[in-house]
Design a protein. Structure first.
Length: 499
């Protein structure tokens, strides 16, 4: 994938705007003021573009759209890093900061609980800041002088990204539920709702977004980044939205949702960019990406040049199946690098806190390497899940074999229609593990199917005993803001989401 010059930003509050938007807006304002009399100046704050101001300025609309793309990109590295450690795909072995290991593998010692004040509470503030920016963008579009088709295209784009951000939140919080509403007043606290309600909201938002894209004409009224190449018109972006809809429906079906969610997934996959005839890496890799680059753009946060503390779990090596010639799975060979200096988490008076590893990742070679949002390879395996759940064992096996043989280089699976559902599911989960390595799926997949107990524990007993977290906690900062406000902490089924 090629890069683009979109500058990243840190979260700056619920009324935030991308730094790229602020910088360019301020520059445009400076140019406009050349030659003006000091007495004639009557300007607003150039660092706080309002929806009303953006509504009448096509350049500002472009900046706000760029800001949403940057927002979405900004949370991806943290999401993958957190899910990787919880799902026993990766470690971050920082010698100077052992909590990058212990807060994920041990949590609060002896309590099998993640510290809500600690390191492992990501995929929250960044996503909700993005949803606030998204809300402001939709207000700007609604008040703009765009044509009806342009408004539909812009609103469809925004709704899809809104759903994508929320899907990351509920994938990490699961039974804790989440917050789906955005209030006009950013200081007004919206309530927690149940996991079921969150998935319904995500699917409804995607449906609404897809419908809007269908009325959006042939082009967006702004330009998307290079990571959306092939998906940069309303019609092609809708096929990406259908892929997200399939992912959300599969997650919902395996997280307490109705059986009908499987049919929703199959319908969405049929309308997505799925290509089940893929046989090459290029065909499997077709999809949407976050793109990065050297300054003034933002670097890939997971690239192996700068992230020398990022290690792979040794189980990738021991569990990789063998090709006919006796060598490991092609995906292992392509994505894992061996022979790194051995490292492990802190060693305390009670012994080690983790296993050692000599493995790293080759997925992101440079700071300009792209990070996948969704690829065709995932869609094929999502369809295998949906086919299995709806009784089509042969179809599920055929889909997993498309990936297994062509991406993994492995012999076709020995599974048959006579195999049990659990045996076929185990086969699908193996293919997902190696095909979608460090794309944010392993932990979520194992939880959805009640298989977290199968993830390896580096230390199984004693004061440093590891456990596998089921959910990330609600950050304490969110809880403190809500403390003392009636109903603000009460979530689905009346539980206190911050307890």
């Amino acid at each position: 994938m090629t890069t683009t010059t979109y500058i990243d930003r840190a979260a700056t509050g619920r009324t935030s705007l991308s730094s790229r938007a602020r910088t360019i807006a301020a520059g445009l304002l400076a140019v406009a003021l050349v030659g003006c009399s000091e007495k004639s100046l009557n300007i607003t704050n150039p660092n706080a573009i309002t929806p009303e101001a953006a509504a009448g300025d096509p350049q500002a609309l472009q900046l706000l759209a760029t800001g949403l793309i940057i927002d979405y990109r900004g949370g991806r590295g943290g999401y993958i890093s957190d899910a990787g450690r919880f799902g026993r795909e990766s470690y971050i072995y920082t010698p100077q900061e052992g909590r990058n290991t212990t807060h994920y593998l041990i949590g609060v010692a002896g309590a099998n609980k993640i510290d809500p004040t600690g390191f492992a509470v990501g995929s929250w503030g960044t996503q909700y800041n993005a949803m606030r920016d998204n809300y402001n963008f939709r207000n700007a579009v609604s008040k703009s002088s765009l044509t009806a088709a342009q408004k539909a295209a812009a609103l469809g784009f925004a709704k899809v990204l809104q759903a994508a951000e929320l899907l990351e939140v509920i994938a990490t919080r699961d039974t804790l539920g989440a917050i789906v509403d955005v209030k006009d007043d950013a200081a007004e606290l919206a309530p927690f709702v149940s996991r079921d309600s969150v998935y319904k909201f995500i699917l409804a938002t995607l449906d609404s977004g897809i419908a809007a894209l269908g009325a959006g004409g042939t082009a967006f009224p702004f330009t998307l980044s290079n990571g959306y190449a092939g998906f940069n018109t309303p019609a092609t972006f809708a096929t990406f939205a259908q892929g997200l809809r399939a992912r959300a429906a599969v997650y919902y079906a395996t997280s307490g949702g109705p059986a009908s969610a499987w049919q929703t997934a199959l319908s969405a996959l049929g309308a997505s960019f799925l290509n089940a005839g893929a046989t090459t890496k290029a065909a499997f890799d077709v999809g949407v990406y976050h793109v990065y680059g050297p300054s003034p753009d933002a670097p890939n946060p997971l690239n192996m040049v700068n992230n020398t503390d990022l290690y792979a779990h040794m189980s990738f090596q021991t569990d990789a199946q063998l090709k006919a010639d006796g060598s490991p799975d092609n995906r292992y060979l392509a994505k894992i690098r061996t022979g790194l200096p051995s490292r492990q988490g802190p060693v305390t008076g009670s012994g080690p806190t983790s296993a050692a590893s000599t493995l790293g990742f080759s997925i992101w070679a440079t700071n300009a390497s792209s990070i996948a949002v969704m690829r065709n390879e995932e869609l094929i395996l999502l369809r295998a899940e949906a086919k299995l759940a709806t009784g089509d064992k042969s179809g599920a096996i055929a889909d997993l074999n498309v990936v297994r043989v062509n991406s993994g280089g492995l012999p076709p699976s020995s599974l048959t229609a006579a195999s049990s559902n659990d045996q076929i599911l185990t086969g699908i989960l193996y293919e997902k593990r190696y095909s979608l390595m460090m794309e944010g799926h392993r932990w979520v997949d194992m939880r959805r199917y009640g298989k977290l107990n199968l993830l390896p524990l580096d230390v199984s007993s004693g004061a440093n005993a590891n456990f596998v977290a089921k959910v990330q906690p609600i950050p304490q900062a969110e809880c403190l803001v809500r403390a003392g406000k009636s109903g603000a902490l009460v979530g689905p089924s009346g539980q206190n989401n911050c307890s």
